[in-house]
Write a protein that binds this ligand. Structure first.
Ligand code: HEM
Length: 453
């Protein structure tokens, strides 16, 4: 810690003291957070590194002052190459126009009206596992989850305008984009005309997205049919500061909404497989609850509140592997945050992953323990010690939807099958737009009735 002429602290922590940032970046960030014990740390050497902000009160300042801490900088520029000025990445009037259009589609009242349709779509998708389960075949975990989540999401949010196979192609394209944009983030000074590794795959993935969504947007704009889906809402005539909304603007939002409504849910649920394999006591309690609540093959809306332990498990999955693990900001002007001077233009690293694993805020932070989220127990305190859905004006629009959709998927799957993980449970996260296990799960789904017999 050094004291500046103005008396403002300027703490910096060289990553040379920490595990290699390159080989284990997430471990290194958590260790930096723990070492600083909630104080702000400048990462790396010299005067250009980003600031790691982990303490709940500092996070509240950053997230609740969006005009001072904006979504600008390397990561956001990378994402913008794929989704332009969509709600997920932008600020100002463009962001507000999209948020105003989309917000009514995600209110609890609205989501509740979709629940039974969503349960039906999930049930239809889970039917696809009957045959491999009957034959004892090994299936690919991420592929099956993508299929189930896409079927549920396309039906209730996109009015089946995007087919499930096309939605799955889009999910694959998002995976390519998240990986292939990294060279340009790492070498930001490279001009666009200079080809970098990954550019071609990135461009091909963006072309796939356009090929799927543009014809749909054009036909909905030409012949609106009054649908209550996301694409219809975004296509309805509106202006942004006097200019008519453009096709490009609609395309950016549609692509971003398909991406965020699928990838996040797939990523969080993909941690369930290693957790069930490594924690039989959690698996047994979950199965007991689901067997009690799911009678027959479909979960109905009225029974969702009874999936209490299922929600505790989900909350704990979101603590340890929050899909939105990294939500950086850029300081617009000079700031003093928690006694630390932050220069205009600096990057602020905000990471639910890091804060959720810090010893200052959580006991036994690395243990998987759903009891932390017992609804009769205390709530996470302070508030921003647990923020998987962000906060402030950019707080996630899909939080309530996820809270209904994810228990429905788990209850439908586990009400019919007992998944067996082939190979060891691997808890190493692979960084991308979200966090998924580095090892893609291979599973055998055993039919519950056969298990019980
Ligand atoms: C586990 C599931 C999810 C997680 C962990 C998650 C996490 C987040 C986080 C951390 C943010 C804040 C971004 C920021 O502050 O810059 C966010 C924003 C957003 N999320 Fe989610 N999300 C999830 C699911 C969903 C779903 C299912 C949808 C839509 C169907 C959705 C739509 C959005 C939108 C539109 C925003 C941007 C809000 C804005 O900037 O105004 N999310 N999400």
């Amino acid at each position: 810690m050094t004291e500046t002429a103005s008396g403002v602290r300027a703490r910096s922590l060289s990553l040379r003291k920490l595990p290699s940032l390159v080989r284990h970046p997430l471990d290194a960030l958590v260790e930096a957070g723990n070492t600083a014990n909630g104080e702000i740390v400048r990462l790396g050497v010299g005067s250009t590194g980003p600031y790691l902000v982990t303490s709940p009160d500092h996070l509240e300042t950053v997230l609740h002052n969006p005009e001072r801490y904006v979504r600008e900088g390397l990561l956001w520029n990378g994402v913008r190459r794929a989704v332009g000025e969509a709600i997920l990445v932008t600020e100002g009037p463009i962001w507000k126009s999209s948020r105003d259009v989309l917000r009514p589609l995600f209110t609890p009242a609205r989501v509740n009206t979709m629940t039974d349709r969503m349960a039906e779509a999930i049930g239809d998708a889970v039917d696809g596992l009957d045959e491999p389960a009957r034959r004892g075949l090994v299936v690919d975990g991420p592929t099956e989850l993508a299929r189930i989540v896409c079927q549920a999401t396309m039906r209730v949010l996109f009015g089946d305008r995007i087919s499930v196979p096309d939605a799955v192609r889009m999910v694959d394209a998002f995976g390519v984009i998240a990986t292939e944009m990294i060279p340009r983030i790492v070498v930001p000074w490279a001009p666009n005309w200079l080809p970098l590794p990954g550019d071609r795959a990135f461009a091909a993935a963006v072309a796939t997205l356009d090929e799927i969504v543009l014809p749909i947007i054009r036909s909905v704009r030409q012949a609106p049919d009054g649908g209550d889906d996301i694409i219809s809402a975004l296509c309805a005539p509106r202006d942004i500061e006097g200019d008519e909304v453009t096709e490009k603007q609609i395309r950016d939002d549609v692509v971003a909404m398909v991406s965020t409504s699928t990838e996040t849910t797939i990523a969080v649920l993909s941690w369930l497989w290693p957790v069930l394999a490594a924690h039989p006591e959690v698996a047994d309690r979950l199965y007991a609850e689901i067997d009690r609540v799911v009678d027959g093959t479909q979960v109905r809306r009225a029974r969702v509140p009874e999936l209490r332990y299922t929600r505790m498990v989900l909350d704990e999955l979101l603590r340890l592997w929050p899909a939105g693990w990294f939500i950086p900001r850029m300081a617009v002007g000079d700031e003093v945050l928690g006694g630390t001077r932050i220069e205009a233009g600096s990057t602020i690293l905000v990471s639910p992953y890091v804060t959720h694993r810090m010893r200052a805020f959580w006991s036994r932070p690395d243990d998987f323990d759903p009891e932390r989220f017992d609804p009769d127990g205390p709530k996470p305190d302070p508030y921003y010690s647990y923020f998987p859905f962000g906060g402030g004006q950019h707080r996630c629009l899909g939080q309530y939807l996820f809270a209904v959709e994810a228990p429905l998927i788990i209850a439908t799957l586990l009400g019919r099958f007992r998944p067996e993980l082939v190979g060891p449970a691997d808890f190493t996260p692979r960084m991308g737009a979200s966090l998924r296990p580095a090892t893609e799960a291979k599973l055998v789904f055993r039919p519950v009735r056969a298990v019980a017999a």
